[in-house]
Design a protein around this ligand. Structure first.
Ligand SMILES: Cc1ncc(COP(=O)(O)O)c(C=O)c1O
Length: 392
């Protein structure tokens, strides 16, 4: 009899931690709200660490191995993961490390634009796409997604044209896959983006932090791998897919056409990642794939469960299965709720979800709900949300 493949030995990471364990956690997800609230907001996952990551961190602590980060193991592990998972070949000269993804995209965008220049984003989008760049004096301009929640290439072109009129530099911060809608951009869409960026001279930075979290039937397409993508930059990290947000470490990938700019950036004074972050995230990319695949199977179950629960308890809410990520985007405009639905659900259902309007234009009447938790928690949360809409 054949032995099961090693990956089949992994239990569902989303059913291993109890609610009592989670209530003892001290990170943002479990501490921001009162203990009667079910927290389905920030992008943390309710999982235990993947065993190889836990072993590496325990060994470092036991041995007092907590100095500065060194060597190329992290970028090497990422490059082999990218090759085997996505067929994307990256040369060592295209990679450098940075403290975290937000620092990476902010730094790179600030090297290719000046204060007062425009940076285009596709709203609704991850709120820190606005805040950090505005703090650096950049003007964040929205090219909203279409009704179908996909890139609206005509609106993108208009924004590129307007932002560069008069000869100003402009940049585009792409979210690939997209947070909060869970859309994976196709090769055709990204090829068109690259053509527009080239036509208008817009620098492209692609935040690809959610790239490993793609469901069967969909594909992550690295922006730098499409024709014309070679003049862009991309950001990667293992922190969302293996739940390492508290020990971040990120990678900046430069397209083959911008290796000189990347080398200049690598030599500039910027915060590198911590040794602990590098250690954990290296092991994630190198040895964490069986755990990731078990996680994706669990998330696939949860995204389908949410559809059933919405039908049962929140009829009228709009929900499409995400193609990627554990973040789901729920349209509550047809529900009988006044004001921001997230405030209603917190007050009347004791469920914390992210407020749609914080994601920019297109966010009103929506909430973002994180499904990276035990299916029983999702079931109870949606039951409560449904009951809250009946009591007004
Ligand atoms: C699109 C996106 N970029 C960046 C981050 C944060 O990355 P980091 O913690 O490495 O700055 C998140 C976190 O949820 C995210 O969704």
């Amino acid at each position: 009899m054949a032995l099961p493949a090693p990956e089949q030995l992994h239990p569902n990471p989303l059913t291993q931690v109890t609610l009592a364990d989670l209530r003892r956690r001290t990170s943002a997800k479990w501490r921001k709200y009162d203990p009667d609230v079910l927290p389905l907001w920030v992008a943390e996952m309710d999982v235990a660490l993947a065993p190889p990551i836990r072993e590496a961190l325990e060994q470092a602590v036991a041995e007092g191995d907590l100095g500065y980060a060194a060597g190329d193991a992290y970028t090497e592990a990422f490059a082999s993961f990218a090759e085997s998972r996505w067929g994307w070949s990256i040369a060592p000269g295209q990679l450098t490390t940075v403290a975290d993804v937000i620092t990476g995209y902010t730094d790179i965008l600030c090297t290719v634009t000046e204060p007062g220049d425009q940076i285009i984003v596709n709203s609704p989008v991850y709120p820190p796409f606005y805040s950090y760049l505005r703090a650096q004096g950049r003007v964040v301009t929205e090219a909203p997604l279409g009704e179908d929640l996909r890139l609206d290439l005509a609106s993108l072109e208009e924004s590129f044209a307007a932002a560069t009129a008069g000869g100003s530099a402009a940049a585009y911060l792409l979210c690939n896959p997209h947070n909060p809608t869970g859309v994976t951009h196709t090769r055709a869409e990204l090829t068109r983006v690259a053509a527009l960026a080239d036509q208008y001279g817009v620098a492209v930075v692609s935040d690809e932090i959610h790239a490993p979290l793609v469901y069967e039937g969909h594909a992550f397409v690295p922006y730098l791998s499409v024709p014309g993508g070679e003049s862009g930059f991309a950001l990667h990290a293992a922190s969302k897919s293996w739940n390492l947000a508290g020990i971040p470490a990120a990678i900046v990938v430069g397209g083959t056409g911008v290796t000189a700019e990347l080398a200049r950036y690598a030599r500039s004074a910027h915060h590198g990642p911590t040794h602990f972050g590098v250690l954990a995230q290296t092991v994630a990319y190198r040895d964490g794939e069986p755990w990731l695949d078990a996680l994706l199977a669990g998330l696939d179950h949860n995204r389908r469960l949410l559809a059933t629960l919405i039908d049962e308890h929140l009829a009228g809410a709009g929900y499409r299965l995400p193609e990627a990520t554990y973040l789901t985007w729920i349209d509550c405009r047809e529900l009988d709720i006044e004001g921001d639905p997230s405030a209603h659900f917190l007050e009347h259902a004791r469920v914390a979800v992210n407020s749609g309007p914080t994601f920019g234009t297109g966010g009103a009447g929506h909430v973002r709900l994180n499904i990276a938790t035990h299916p029983e928690i999702i079931t109870e949360a949606v039951r409560r949300m449904g009951a809250s809409t009946h009591q007004g």
